[in-house]
Design a protein around this ligand. Structure first.
Ligand code: NAP
Length: 240
């Protein structure tokens, strides 16, 4: 296993699911971890888990990332505490229903704030220091909904298409400084997000640890190589 000791990562949505698995994988590689999500209690549990797995230091900052001022406060608090972020993982996100002729546009706005605007704001906050040091990795968790339309969740697909445009643009913008920007597009993953998906079989879904393995590619390739976009597909149909 390639170790990345000496680096610090900020992982959003780290309290469960994919974010928790990514935090664990970074901890195993000796990274220091700054964790965020809304649930302070769950973050403490994940901090303990990360220390057991090998994280050199941990901290958690609860925040509601669908609120722009909380995103900015989080970034400021992390910087004020002296953290220098080498790896930014923009993972927090949620689904919503709704398409052309149905759904709640107010809810879409809040979902877009979390799925798209928060990653943009956090990148804007932490990329300048990466540029200055000419190193850093930004991992954005997209979705197959970033590259395909969706019949029932067009609003979610719009948020992830937006994130894809942002991620690919950041790669182009930052590659001259030796910074990696990776987008990971999973299909169905067995997490709380898909737990209630009617008729979908979680035993046929991708594991959160598979997404973490893809994320680790971005941090363990040589500084000369950036996995710009990785799509993870199911090997079986999740619906019977
Ligand atoms: P999950 O198990 O529901 O976890 C979501 C994480 O985001 C939790 O840590 C949650 O913590 C945090 N979060 C939710 N709302 C938040 C808010 N307003 N402010 C701050 N944090 C918030 O979902 P997941 O499946 O791991 O999803 C993670 C990412 O993968 C999302 O971006 C999702 O779109 C993407 N994805 C998932 C799938 C899938 O099938 N599961 C497929 C493709 C892409 P708190 O509740 O404590 O805030």
């Amino acid at each position: 296993m390639t170790k990345i000791e000496g680096q610090a990562a900020l992982v959003t949505g780290a309290s469960r699911g994919i974010g928790r698995a990514i935090a664990g994988a970074l901890a195993e590689r000796g990274c220091s971890l700054v964790l965020t999500a809304r649930s302070a209690e769950r973050l403490e549990e994940v901090e303990d888990e990360c220390r057991r797995l090998g994280a050199t230091a941990t901290a958690s900052y609860p925040a509601d990332l669908s609120e722009p001022h909380e995103v900015d406060r989080l970034a400021q608090d992390v910087k004020d505490a002296g953290w220098i972020i080498d790896v930014l993982v923009n993972n927090a996100g949620r689904g919503t229903t709704g398409n052309a002729a149905e759904g709640d546009p107010g809810d879409w706005d809040r979902m877009l704030a979390l799925n798209l605007h928060a990653p943009m704001r956090l990148t804007r906050q932490f990329a300048p220091a990466m540029v200055e040091r000419e190193r850093g990795t930004i991992i954005n968790i997209g979705s197959v909904a970033a590259i395909e339309g969706m019949t029932t969740s067009g609003a979610y697909a719009a948020s992830k298409h937006g994130l894809r445009g942002w991620s690919l643009s950041c790669y182009r913008n930052l590659r001259g400084y030796g910074i990696k920007v990776s987008l990971i597009n999973p299909g169905f993953v067995a997490t709380d997000l898909t737990h209630r998906a009617k008729g979908a079989r979680q035993d046929r879904m991708i594991r959160a640890e598979d997404v973490a393995s893809a994320a680790m590619l971005a941090v363990t390739t040589s500084p000369m190589c950036c996995p710009e976009e990785i799509t993870l597909r199911l090997t079986r149909y999740a619906y019977d």
